[in-house]
Structures are given as structure tokens and as C-alpha cells.
Design a protein around this ligand. Sequence first.
Ligand SMILES: NC(=O)c1ccc[n+]([C@@H]2O[C@H](COP(=O)([O-])OP(=O)(O)OC[C@H]3O[C@@H](n4cnc5c(N)ncnc54)[C@H](O)[C@@H]3O)[C@@H](O)[C@H]2O)c1
Length: 248
Amino acid sequence: MLFSGKNIIVTGATGDLGVAIVQRLISQGANVLAVAGHQSEISRLATFSGPGTLETSVADVSDAEQVLGYATRAFALWGQIDGFVNNAGIQTPVRPIVAFPEEDFDRVMAVNVRGVFLGMKYVLPRMREGGSVVNMSSALGLVGGAGICAYVPSKRAIIGLTKTAALEQGPRGVRVNACCPDPIAGRMTFKLAEEVFAGSKKTFAETVPLGRHRTPEDVAGLVSYLLSDDSSYATGTAHSVDGGFTTA
Ligand SMILES: NC(=O)c1ccc[n+]([C@@H]2O[C@H](COP(=O)([O-])OP(=O)(O)OC[C@H]3O[C@@H](n4cnc5c(N)ncnc54)[C@H](O)[C@@H]3O)[C@@H](O)[C@H]2O)c1
């Protein structure tokens, strides 16, 4: 049991990736506080069972008071936080910069950048020495993407936040890494991948060197590694899980 007795917060826990991550952690013995953006999504976690335990919470990650709320709840539940998966994020319809709505830009920055910043601001002081944070960036934080002018810089900013936090937290032995998945067949970015590749002769999967769509479990595996002691000397990194998407 990789995470037996470990206490881990996961935001965006009711999304395609979040569900797979929560499932993986609980099956490895973790106690998980799963934070969703909306109460109506909590049922997506209903079928989970031990050996770890599951608590749920609802919070808007762009709202400081609500972020403080889930951080203090986790600390009250467990008395110590070992891991934090800062995973909540959003994407908007694909548009060129010249036609991109300002309110969409601001909303993506509020959730993806401010949300990750606030998460670390309020969870890190409650995390034990030697704990591990995984911030969910994207392959699109490593390369450009036409029509994705809010999401791309938001995911790149997460890598900057990750490196900054790694420097600040290193002396406490707290590791902070970013996870960079390519777009998969999920409700958020499958559409994105198809929109970006609309008009191209190749499908998105055909552009990936490994030649297939990634699964949520592929990401859960990397997140599990980054949370665990198996990655005990890794901090400040941006780890790709993209089938080689960003390699060419
Ligand atoms: N799906 C992909 O292909 C892919 C690729 C690279 C990176 N990512 C990143 O992985 C993370 C999860 O993506 P996903 O595919 O599971 O998305 P999803 O749309 O399936 O789920 C999003 C999750 O974030 C939560 N959320 C949204 N807005 C929120 C807010 N304001 N406050 C709190 N929670 C909020 C939702 O409740 C949900 O749990 C995101 O950060 C995304 O950018 C996804």
C-alpha cells in the first residue's frame, strides 16, 4: 500500500482525471479529501471504496475563503496533510486571440492560475515536512496552441508557480512538481483536441508518437509516482505524460 495512512487533498476530484486520481490513491490506502467545483458532481465519486477513506468538499478554487475552507477542513480531519493534487482547471472554446472574449480569458486565469496559487498558499502551511504537491499543468503549458490563448499561458504559469514553490519549500523537504498531460478523450479537452486538429489530415491520436489517446489512468500513474517517496529527489520539475506529444 503505497499511501497507507497518508492524507491527500485532490481538487478537480470529480473530473475525468480527478476521478482516476482519487480512485488510484484510495486503492493504495490514502485518506482523500476530494474537492469538487459543484455539489452536483459529487455522485461521480459514489462507487469508490477502500482500503483508503474518502471525504468530499465543494469549493470554488478561485475564491480564497473557500480554498482556506477546504485546507482547514483537511487539517481538522487529519491533523497533517501529506499530499496535495492541485488539479482543478477549465478550458474555453477555441478562438484566435483577436476574437477571444476578455471574460473567458479572465475566468481561465482565475481558476487555473489563481486557483493553483491559492491552493498552495493555504495548503502548504498545513503540510508536513517531506510532503508532496502535484500541480496539474498540461502539455499545452510546454508548447503553444493556436486558438487556446488563455489555457496555454495559464498552464505555463502553473510551471512557474511550481518552480517558485519548489525553491521556497525545499528547505522544509516539501517537493512541488508539475504534471503535463496531453489532451485526452475526456469531456474537457477531447473537444479541444478535435477543434485544434480540425481541417488537419491527421487525427490528434495520429500526431502522438505513441499513436493512441492517453487514458486518465496514465495520468493517475504519474501523479501517484510524484506523490510517493519513489520520486523523493524530484522537485521543481514539469513531468510530461503525453506519449511524446511535445517531443517533436
Ligand atoms: N483532460 C485532459 O486532456 C487534460 C490534459 C492536460 C491537462 N489537463 C488538466 O487536468 C485537470 C483536470 O482536467 P479534467 O480533464 O479532469 O477536467 P474536467 O472538466 O473533467 O474536470 C474539471 C474538474 O475541475 C473542477 N472545477 C472546475 N472549475 C472549478 C472551480 N472554479 N473551482 C473548483 N473546482 C473546479 C470540476 O468540478 C471538475 O472536478 C485540469 O487542470 C486540466 O487543465 C487535462
